[in-house]
Write a protein that binds this ligand. Structure first.
Ligand code: ADP
Length: 719
């Protein structure tokens, strides 16, 4: 608290007296209490001129003096004149005039000093004077403090980054800060005297009126409002308004904080548009995805249709080819031909075989693509399968002077469950290629167990050759359909480029994979794995030994040493609608000395069966009138009827089918047939079917002779 006070009186004794009043001594304190506040700092002057000089010099230094006590009558400068001079320098200074008699009236004094003037008449009561002085000092200090804090608030308002505005109940602007002015393109001066209505259009004017009414009700709120700039442009604002009250509690106006949200609105609008555009793009994407899906489905079904067409086509081609090859084979076996004729026929047979091979590949690939290739599960002997495939290529390898070996690693299981037909197909392809592309050196097949799980076994096969090898850049596409390492190899080696594609798909279907390691001029190693099911009973492992093509007795073809006519006594019914197949099968049977009766369809077969008993029925599956499945069902039904009457009958039925797409083996067996021969079949295949059923018939005949009862596993109708 500023407690400085100047006193001027030309009575020096009186000056001393004033000091005594205002600079009170602690030792005189009646209650012995410590004075909490600093004492009044008194400066005394013997005349008004000296006081004025001191006051002005302090004022220049920035030091303020709150109160001056002046004697009215002084010789040099009187009290009133001194007061006027110092008031001119600091209008807030408090003045007390001490007067003995009123030579100047109080109203005159007020007029000259513009209020806030106190005069005390002599003789005065010193306590009264003391309390006047202290309360004036206190007031002055309070007023300064107020001014300071008001100044602080004002600075806060003026320097705020938000626009700040106060308006009265009619919307007239009572305060605006610089931010508000710049926000709307005005200078601060020109805002004065304006109304909030100058900043809105007609539509918003009504809103403002409503809002002011709410302020009068004491409601504070935030709302968005479009305000107009000096140049006519608009500013989007967020307005936060609250009511203001005067000291007596009456409504004095509204206090508004205005934030320019144009930028964030633009950003929001931009984001909204971007979101809208993204949504549109998403919709377009969704649509095009749906269309692509439709196209993909269309393409897939077109591809499927193509695959089915190819499968059907290759089937249709196989049927006449079957006829051509069959008759050529028969002709080839005719001893009456000249050597030249035999050569021609051998060439025709080789070409036919190549064609058949190609058609089989196309059929397989089409079946895989149409999703109709099925992997069956039957128990088979792995070493037997691998050895047979190796043996098959031995003669060919031998002719080229190539050694062909086969090795089973220790611990490789021997009996497994899987699809031996498809496994054989993969091996035949790889070994066939190895023999085809190798001119010297050796070819080896290695089999080992890669992984053993509780119920399955992952087997690894390696086919290694010392042949021409494959260039590195051709390796990645080697398992794709129609891919060949080198176009020129086709001319030199033949082939279609389908074999590895099929092999790759097959091993994948068997839960494995395939890859190749190769170097041109050095040779190739094809490795593949397949997952096979383990045998349920204790496992048997393959003998870890190497078989060599140079060992005697491993030749693939055993020649024509077999007896040709061991089946002469068999009574065979051939049910077949196709005349070429009829003629061919009849001719093949004749080659084995068999005579077969002929039925064109199922119905005819049933009629024939009513008239005569047969040892074996060769039954085509697809026929007009009544197909093979239906005919078999009727035959089995009739046999069941006879069995109920005590007559045991079961004629073996061997299905002849060429419709390789239908998972035929299972279908045929389920239809009640006993065996299966896929067209086109070779003479040797027919021979092994006949042998199989002849052996059963012979076993049965011996049992009959020994008077034993027939066992269900080798039943026969021929008794
Ligand atoms: P194809 O042999 O009928 O042409 P494949 O799909 O079986 O079809 O083989 C594709 C190509 O891979 C062959 O044409 C050949 O270029 C190459 N190839 C396959 N196996 C071997 C191999 N053992 N040695 C060298 N090249 C091979």
């Amino acid at each position: 608290m500023n407690k400085r006070m100047l006193i001027a009186d030309d009575d020096v004794q009186l000056l001393e007296y004033y000091r005594n009043i205002f600079e009170q001594d602690d030792s005189l304190d009646f209650f012995g209490k410590k004075r909490a506040e600093a004492p009044i700092a008194v400066h005394t002057f013997p005349d008004g001129a000296q006081l004025v000089d001191f006051f002005l010099s302090e004022h220049r230094r920035g030091e303020r003096i709150p109160l001056c006590l002046l004697d009215m009558r002084m010789t040099n400068v009187d009290g009133l004149t001194a007061a006027e001079t110092i008031r001119a320098a600091d209008p807030e200074v408090m003045i007390i005039i001490i007067t003995a008699y009123t030579d100047v009236s109080p109203s005159e004094m007020r007029k000259r000093l513009q209020d806030d003037i106190y005069y005390v008449k002599k003789p005065f009561n010193e306590d009264e004077l003391y309390s006047l002085v202290t309360s004036l000092l206190k007031n002055w200090n309070i007023r300064q403090a107020l001014r300071e804090s008001e100044g602080n608030y004002r600075r806060v308002l003026e320097q705020s980054n938000e626009g700040i505005l106060t308006v009265d109940f009619q919307g007239n602007i009572t305060f605006a800060n610089a931010t508000f002015a710049t926000m709307f393109g005005y200078d601060l001066e020109s805002i004065r005297g304006r109304s909030l209505f100058d900043f809105v259009d007609d539509a918003n004017a009504n809103r403002i009126r409503e809002r002011i009414a709410r302020r009068i009700q004491g409601i504070s709120e935030r709302y968005e409002l479009e305000l107009i700039r000096k140049d006519g442009g608009t500013v989007s604002t967020m307005l936060s308004a609250s009511p203001m009250y005067a000291g007596n509690g009456s409504f004095s106006g509204s206090f508004c904080v205005i934030t320019d949200i144009s930028e964030s609105k633009r950003a929001f609008e931009f984001l909204r548009k971007a979101k809208e555009e993204t949504e549109c793009a998403n919709q377009r994407l969704q649509k095009s995805m749906e269309e692509s899906l439709k196209l993909a489905l269309k393409a897939e079904s077109a591809n499927k249709a193509k695959s089915e067409f190819l499968a059907n086509m290759s089937h249709e081609i196989r049927t006449p080819l079957n006829g051509i090859l069959g008759f050529l084979e028969l002709l080839h076996k005719d001893g009456r031909l000249t050597l030249q004729q035999q050569k021609y026929i051998a060439t025709a047979l080789a070409s036919g075989d190549t064609l058949l091979h190609l058609i089989n590949d196309i059929l397989d690939l089409s079946k895989i693509e149409a999703g109709k290739m099925e992997i069956s599960v039957t128990e088979f002997d792995l070493p037997d399968l691998v050895n047979k495939v190796t043996e098959f290529f031995t003669t060919q390898a031998h002719r080229k002077g190539i050694q062909l070996t086969c090795h089973f690693a220790e611990g490789t299981p021997a009996i497994l469950r899987g699809d031996p037909v498809r496994l054989r197909q993969v091996l035949v392809n790889l070994l066939g290629n190895a023999v085809k592309f190798t001119e010297k050196g050796e070819i080896s097949v290695r089999v080992s167990q890669d992984e053993e799980a509780e119920q399955t076994s992952l087997l690894r096969f390696e086919v290694q050759d010392t042949g021409i090898g494959i260039a590195q850049d051709a390796l990645p596409s080697i398992f794709k359909a129609f891919a060949q390492a080198d176009g020129s190899t086709t001319r030199r080696y033949g082939g279609t480029g389908l074999g590895l594609a099929i092999a790759g798909q097959l091993v994948q279907m068997m839960g494995g994979g395939i890859d190749v390691e190769s170097a041109p001029g050095k040779g190739s190693i094809f490795r593949f794995t397949v997952r096979l099911q383990k045998r349920r009973s204790p496992s048997i492992t393959a003998e870890p030994r190497v078989r060599s093509s140079l060992e005697p007795g491993n030749g693939a073809f055993r020649g024509e040493e077999q007896e040709q006519k061991p089946f002469a006594a068999l009574r065979i019914l051939l049910v077949e609608d196709n005349p070429v197949n009829q003629a061919l099968t009849t001719a093949m049977l004749a080659y084995f000395g068999c005579r077969a009766d002929m039925a064109d369809n199922g119905l005819e077969a049933l009629e024939k069966l009513d008239q005569k008993r047969y040892d074996l029925i060769l039954m085509d599956c697809q026929m007009p009138e009544m197909d093979g499945y239906e005919a078999t069902a009727v035959i089995r039904e009739k046999e069941a009827e006879s069995r109920r009457q005590g007559e045991e009958r079961h004629v073996p039925i061997v299905a002849l089918t060429a419709h390789a797409l239908d998972g035929d083996r299972d279908v045929c067996l389920m239809a009640g047939m006993d065996d299966y021969l896929s067209k086109p079949f070779k003479i040797e295949e027919l021979r092994s079917i006949l042998s199989r059923w002849l052996i059963r018939l012979e076993v049965h005949a011996e049992e009959e002779e020994a008077g034993r009862v027939e066992t269900p596993s080798c039943r026969s109708a021929n008794t």
